[in-house]
Design a protein around this ligand. Structure first.
Ligand code: BG6
Length: 481
């Protein structure tokens, strides 16, 4: 087994799921702070203010805000070469539209990056990870308004300037393509687009795609700025990449799988890598009554700010059928779209486990763009408990990760250019889609529960030790414990 020298092995996180301190250090409210927890999306609520009677596990989350030194020391112990995190927009600009940044917020990340540097860990920073300031949601209906582009640009310019000597790898938006999906309002609207809870609004594809267009323009403006002023920066996109398989070899199933994969997994990467909307979007927009307003300068801006590396999350594959009866009887994690794949097992949260799908994804993406790639999320969510000895025997996670890493290695042999892998997640954090603590992804267990109890003490899971040995051997040692 051989991985490139300097391969960026590491772990990932997101501010609104990990940091906590939601109202400390001058931080303003983000949309994510106004979404309550609960396993079923029906029991989650987007509120206009924080309500005492509701639970918001993300408010304290697993408290990276006060544990960053301890956690980064643990990452160093595991041998991490990279740590993916996001900056909380409202820690820097509490309302999202303030002129001056919040110095306490800037200092917090200074300390985090300094701590990473101390151990030689490369930060990979997402500028917006499901993170829209609540004020912008209230004033502008989030990304639905073009005004937010300039505010994002101001935010990006501020953090680029401040962290120019501390951060080299940037990602403009997390899973930007979630805006193309209706995975319940929490991901596609409340978190990604910043839909306003102040306005009654049903799902509106026109609004979602217009908001997405504004994010494309904002992303390219950030990339352009980085190129002009900080040529040492690496600027990447981030896509939730889910390959679509046809349920049968019937041509209609094959066609549908290709169409869905194009619009929901490939479309955003196509725009951000090639600098223009792909041909196939035109038909999709016409069929769905979507008519995107382009400002005069947008086509030029998009063309000038293309990304120089491609990152993606990989959790599952989907299986689609053009036969309504088959679709009706199937179910999958992504509400309403897709059927169970009889050849695959599922996680407790109905995600199809498919390591070979990762090799397929890596080859497909590389074939399309020929850009260096990084897998910035991959992992398994499980409800887990500590043993009385303070351990978590997560052999299932080791199996999951090992199988995926073997497929990464095979893809490298196929010839793809893959330079890093950050596991989701380094530490247990709150789930984005269900808002729960219970759905644990970490290599490190945190004593924190959905009812708000717990000491926040950290415990290394078996997978932590396994990953440490794997990194030490640069992937040569794909050990099963
Ligand atoms: C990705 C997100 O969708 O998947 C993360 O970028 C998220 O923020 C992760 O946590 C796992 O999904 P979930 O909903 O199980 O937390």
């Amino acid at each position: 087994m051989s991985f490139p020298t300097n391969f960026l092995w590491g772990g990932a996180s997101a501010a609104n799921q990990y940091e906590g301190g939601y109202n400390e250090g001058g931080k303003g409210l983000a949309c994510a702070d106004l979404i309550s927890g609960g396993r079923h999306t029906a029991s989650r609520q987007i509120t206009t203010t924080v309500k005492e009677e509701l639970l918001y596990p993300s408010h304290e989350a697993t408290d990276f805000y006060h544990h960053y030194k301890e956690d980064i020391a643990l990452f160093a112990e595991a041998g991490f070469k990279a740590f993916r995190l996001s900056i909380n927009w409202t820690r820097i600009f509490p309302k999202g539209m303030d002129q001056e940044p919040n110095e306490a917020g800037l200092q917090f990340y200074d300390q985090v990056f300094d701590e990473c540097k101390k151990y030689g860990i490369e930060p990979v920073v997402t500028i917006a990870h499901f993170d829209v300031p609540a004020y912008l949601s209230e004033q502008y209906n989030g990304w639905a308004s073009r005004e937010v582009i300039d505010l994002y640009e101001h935010y990006a310019a501020t953090i680029f300037d401040r962290y120019q000597d501390k951060v080299n790898y940037w990602i403009t938006f997390n899973e930007i393509n979630t805006a193309t999906l209706t995975i319940g309002n929490f991901l596609s609207l409340g978190l990604q687009v910043g839909e306003s809870p102040f306005i009654e609004q049903p799902d509106d594809p026109q609004m979602r795609y217009q908001a997405l267009h504004h994010q494309f323009v904002a992303s390219t403006k950030a990339v352009k700025l980085a190129r002009e002023k900080y040529p040492h920066f690496h600027m990447g996109c981030m896509i939730s990449y889910m390959p679509r398989y046809p349920y049968t070899c019937h041509p209609n199933d094959v066609l549908l799988a290709k169409q869905e994969e194009n619009m929901h997994s490939k479309f955003c990467g196509d725009v951000q890598v090639t600098g223009k909307y792909p041909y196939y979007a035109k038909n999709y927009f016409a069929e769905h009554g979507i008519d995107i307003t382009f400002a005069e300068e947008d086509a030029t801006i998009l063309a000038e700010g293309t990304v120089d590396y491609y990152t993606f999350s990989y959790y599952l594959t989907l299986c689609v059928s053009a036969d309504d009866e088959v679709e009706k009887n199937g179910h999958s994690m992504i509400g309403g779209s897709g059927v169970n794949n009889p050849y695959l097992e599922q996680t407790e949260w109905n995600a199809m486990i498919d390591p070979v799908g990762l090799r397929i994804a890596l080859n497909d993406i590389y074939d399309r763009y020929h850009l260096p790639m990084m897998i910035v999320e991959n992992g398994i969510g499980v409800s887990e408990e500590l043993t009385s000895e303070g351990m978590v025997h997560d052999q299932y996670r080791i199996d999951y990760l090992q199988k995926h890493i073997i497929e990464m290695e095979k893809a490298l042999e196929d010839g793809v250019d893959l330079f890093g892998y950050t596991i989701w997640s380094a530490v247990d954090i709150v789930s984005a889609s269900t808002g729960e603590m219970k759905k644990r992804y970490g290599l490190i267990f945190v004593d924190k529960y959905d009812d708000g109890t717990g000491t926040l003490k950290r415990y290394k899971k078996d997978s932590f030790y396994w990953y440490k040995e794997l990194i030490e051997s640069n992937g040569a040692n794909l050990i099963v414990r």
